[in-house]
Design a binder for this molecule. Structure first.
Ligand code: SF4
Ligand code: F3S
Length: 106
């Protein structure tokens, strides 16, 4: 499966959802996650993300491993997002800012 990691937080560009053939992105207040039960490993979303936040599960950086379980957990309750929408207002300023996990809204 593929995993959305920390740099999505407070950016939420949503370019990823338009290319997903199985609509497996789920939307929270300031981040998206991927439902691991639905992702078919097509890889299409990876190059679409301006924040470079999406990784194959096996390639998730060591500092980001918590997001594997977090995607699975949050995907159970967050609703699907199937069409692109405007990014969060501060997306470009927040792209690349470290330690955003503390800012995750559920
Ligand atoms: Fe969707 Fe493909 Fe990305 Fe999985 S890898 S989330 S199926 S676009
Ligand atoms: Fe997040 Fe990147 Fe999609 S910032 S919403 S994973 S395009």
């Amino acid at each position: 499966t593929y995993v959305v990691t920390e740099n999505c937080i407070k950016c939420k560009y949503t370019d990823c959802v338009d290319v997903c053939p199985v609509d497996c992105f789920r939307e929270g207040p300031n981040m998206l996650v991927i439902d691991p039960a639905e992702c078919i490993d097509c890889t299409l979303c990876v190059p679409e993300c301006p924040a470079e936040a999406i990784f194959a599960e096996d390639d998730v950086p060591d500092t980001q491993k918590a997001f594997i379980a977090l995607n699975a957990e949050l995907a159970k309750t967050w609703p699907a997002l199937t069409e692109r929408k405007p990014a969060l207002p501060d997306a470009d300023d927040q792209n690349g800012v470290p330690d955003k996990l503390k800012d995750l809204l559920r």
